[in-house]
Design a protein around this ligand. Structure first.
Ligand code: SF4
Length: 204
């Protein structure tokens, strides 16, 4: 673990959040499968990292009941899966940026992902690639707005002004993808939320 990662892990510990570091995606995957009980219901937040390790499919295959809206075949089903995910035992999600001071920074279109990260599921795992670590809170918000929001908008086929301009202009577009900017700054229960850092540069 390099010095930067150590700083982040210590910053999160001071916020009552346990952080662990994994050298590779297979290590991350093994630890998620070991940490989440087979008997648990699991909600999945949209995450390129989680997609890459196919965690939703692997949890289902071994017997977990999984609510993952990204596999829904229509909008109605997506909405129902999102609601069930908020009431699940565990929630696993990516995030958009992490500051060295331990701020977990998220933008969200409708808010279902950040809602579950904050309240509902008894346990939460947030997976973060080292590419998302920023020096400060303002740099983390900048990353969320000027990188993640743009790529997310493109991914889901929305067209707020940042897609064209390649920068955030604090729009009021009907296609605004960052209606919710949520910064997790700590936890009451130190057993609730864990951050799993992985030495990989995927996701946005
Ligand atoms: S406020 Fe608008 S322009 Fe800025 S990142 Fe969000 S969607 Fe893009």
């Amino acid at each position: 673990m390099n010095r930067d990662i150590e700083v982040v892990v210590q910053s999160l510990a001071r916020r009552n959040i346990e952080a662990r570091y994994f050298e590779s995606l297979p290590e991350l995957e093994r630890e998620i499968l070991k940490t989440v009980p087979i008997s648990a219901t699991v909600g999945i937040g949209n995450s390129q990292t989680l997609k890459k390790i196919a965690i939703s499919e692997k949890l289902k295959a071994r017997g977990n009941v999984v609510f993952d809206k990204t596999v829904a075949s229509n909008k109605l089903e997506s909405g129902e899966l999102s609601k069930k995910a908020i009431l699940s035992d565990w929630y696993i999600s990516g995030t958009n940026a992490l500051s060295r001071e331990g701020h977990i920074v998220n933008i969200d279109h409708t808010g279902n992902r950040v809602a579950a990260m904050i309240y509902g599921p008894e346990k939460v795992i947030v997976v973060v690639g080292v590419n998302k670590i920023e020096d400060s809170l303002s740099a983390a918000i900048d990353r969320a707005k000027n990188k993640a929001a743009i790529l997310n908008a493109k991914r889901v086929g929305l067209n707020p002004p940042c897609v064209e301009l390649n920068k955030c202009v604090d729009c009021r577009s009907k296609d605004r993808v960052c209606n919710n900017l949520v910064i997790i700054e700590g936890q009451v229960d130190k057993e609730r939320l864990k951050v799993f850092l992985v030495n990989d540069n995927i996701g946005f």
